[in-house]
Ligand binder design. Sequence first.
Ligand code: F6R
Length: 245
Amino acid sequence: MKFILTKDYDDMSRKAANVIGAQMILKNNSVLGLATGSTPIGTYKCLAERNAAGDLDFSQITSVNLDEYRGLPHENDQSYYYFMHDNLFSKVNIDCNNTYVPDGTIADAEEACSKYEEIIAATGGVDLQLLGLGHNGHIGFNEPADVFPKLTHCVDLTESTIQANARFFASKEEVPTQAYTMGIQTIMNAKKILVVVSGSDKAAIVKKAFFGDITPQVPASILQLHPDVTIVGDAEAFAEIKDMI
Ligand code: F6R
């Protein structure tokens, strides 16, 4: 695992955008696995700026997102579909026909999830998967569990995740309780993985996930077994590992 220590959130965002940009320059038709959440917003802003400056071209890029709330329509401003269009797709020259987010509007969970695995397979596989890290070690919506869930599946969100997401909704009651998410195997199939972490509230889980035991109780710990993982974090998020990297 490569750890890239950055000064602060903006520096982390620029460096993460550099890694994604390098991937796009080396392979202009890359398949990018994308994440939502607050951490990658700055990264997406940098990518949009570089696209506007003519330094990065999204015209041949395909994207597949990690997850989506079950039941939220695309036009709901809390859906991850909406988030991706708002933060990235509407700001770059990507062909929206080549952007995929699990379809939360498909009520049949089995159908929604198997369809998404087929979509990912049809892209030829993810070249670079961007991930954020949940406070409990979740990646995508793969929550702590007794086993690592493999493929795209429907999850019941934990109380801590519902609590963390409540800030984006008018009330906690409006936060969806289920989501469709890529599984651990789906994520591990990516050729490269890029994790972004920022803030002191992530310091403890960064140490546990990347230097602790590999266990489904800390889903991100599986990334220790992936051959090509880069973790870009700011000084606060790396506070507990700075002497280990
Ligand atoms: C988002 C996702 C989640 C987030 C994680 C961290 O698509 O899959 O795993 O990456 O919850 O969220 P933030 O960045 O808001 O701390």
